[in-house]
Every structure is written in C-alpha cells, then in structure tokens.
Design a protein around this ligand. Structure first.
Ligand code: FAD
Length: 195
C-alpha cells in the first residue's frame, strides 16, 4: 500500500475566518475557536478545505474506501486503457487456525493468463481484467475536505474495520500529521477518534 498527500488547501486560520462570517468579521483566535467548533458539532466551516492523496491499494480496500460519498472525489486507473502486469497485495493477519492454500501459485497462474489474454486492444483488455482478483493493486487520486477526512478516520481507523483498511486509514493520517496547516483542528478531531 502506498499513500502520498500531494495537495493541501486551507488552514486552521482559513477555517476560523470562514466561521467568522456568522459575526460578519474574521475571527483570529484559532486556539479557542477551532476546539469550540469541533466540540459543538459546528463542522461546516471545515468543508471549505481540500486534501488530495495519491494512493495504491488492493481493490478490496478500494471498494470499502470508495463507499465514502460525501465530500470525496475519486479518480481511478482503468484497466480498459492500462495493460501493465498486475501486482497483488495479499496479507494474513492471523485468526482462527492457519491458512494452507497455494495462493502464490494461484496468483502466478492468474497473472500469466491475464498477460496472455491482454494482447489485442481495448476489447481484450475489458475481457482480461475480469479474471483479476480483488487483491490486485489499483491506483487512485482521492480528494476530501477535513470534515469528511475525519468522518472517514472515525469509521475506518477503528478496530471494527478490516485490518488492511485500518492500516490504510493510518497511513492517510500519518501523511496529514506531517503537515502544519491543520495542527489545531487535527489535535481536537483526534480526540473523537477512539483507537
Ligand atoms: C466496519 C464497517 C463495516 C461495514 N460493513 C458494510 C457492509 O457489510 N455492507 C455495506 O454495504 N456497507 C458496509 N460498510 C459501509 C458503511 O455502511 C458506509 O457506507 C461507509 O462506511 C461510508 O460511511 P458514511 O456513509 O458515513 O460516509 P459518507 O458516504 O461519506 O457520508 C458521510 C455522512 O453523510 C451523511 N449521509 C450520507 N449520505 C446520506 C443519505 N443518503 N442520507 C442521509 N445522510 C447521509 C451521513 O451522516 C454520513 O455519515 C461498513 C463500514 C464500516 C466502517
């Protein structure tokens, strides 16, 4: 899995300025205003923000994360147009009993068949991609605002989420926490995250 924050717009200060329209003035006290907005559920000022991530994830993780509709925009690589060799991302996090299946051999056979089917233009690519498993890596640009980002974190950076999807949510969060723009907002939104 790969995650990179490639674009960020707005800041704690711009959120505070936008919230200030209620009083017809720009509000300068970020340290008092941002926690007030978050704790009291006044989250709409955080919608005037933007984060864009480039991500590489297996399709089964992509299916889960792309269920998030509100405040998100998605663009994904299409195997109608791309015929590169597929990469597979399978992980085992333990559970009841061990797994004993020849997964590596199965995936190698699928890759071989995909590559051999994939000769012959768009129609063959449309056909070939039907045999790819959900552990195939896909590439996505994912944009969201800070409000939708934190709704995502509460649901997906949670012990209830699938381990790989939780791992993905943590990678997103690590990327954002490297930046200063939303350090006050992040501090208070983090308190809403129970993990
Ligand atoms: C652990 C886990 C297990 C899951 N299991 C399943 C499963 O088995 N099957 C399955 O189909 N899905 C499953 N989901 C997906 C889940 O039901 C949500 O679709 C997904 O998490 C997106 O959440 P969301 O609706 O809050 O996000 P968004 O789509 O981004 O919506 C954000 C918020 O906007 C509001 N909103 C959005 N749309 C509407 C609307 N139409 N009407 C009113 N308010 C709206 C809600 O307040 C919502 O929380 C699972 C999710 C998790 C985290």
């Amino acid at each position: 899995m790969r995650v990179k924050l490639i674009q960020i717009a707005g800041s704690d200060q711009s959120v505070a300025n936008i919230a200030g329209i209620s009083y017809n003035k720009e509000l300068s006290s970020v340290d008092r205003l941002i926690p007030f907005l978050i704790k009291n559920g006044h989250h709409s000022p955080f919608e005037h923000t933007l984060l864009t991530f480039y991500v590489e994830v297996p399709i089964f993780v992509a299916r889960q994360i792309m269920r998030h509709r509100i405040g998100f925009s998605w663009n994904e690589m299409s195997r109608r147009y791309v015929d590169s060799e597929p990469e597979f991302d399978v992980s085992w996090h333990g559970g009841e009993g061990d797994i004993d299946f020849p997964i590596a051999g199965l995936l190698a056979d699928i890759k071989k068949m995909y590559v051999s089917l994939n000769k012959g233009g768009l129609k063959m690519r449309e056909f070939a991609r039907q045999i790819l498993p959900v552990c195939t890596t896909t590439k996505i640009y994912m944009s969201c605002n800070i409000r939708s980002f934190w709704n995502f974190q509460v649901l997906r950076n949670s012990p209830h989420a699938q381990a790989e999807t939780r791992q993905f949510a943590k990678l997103l969060l690590e990327e954002l926490l490297k930046r200063e723009e939303y350090s006050v907002s992040n501090k208070y939104f983090l308190e809403t995250l129970k993990c």
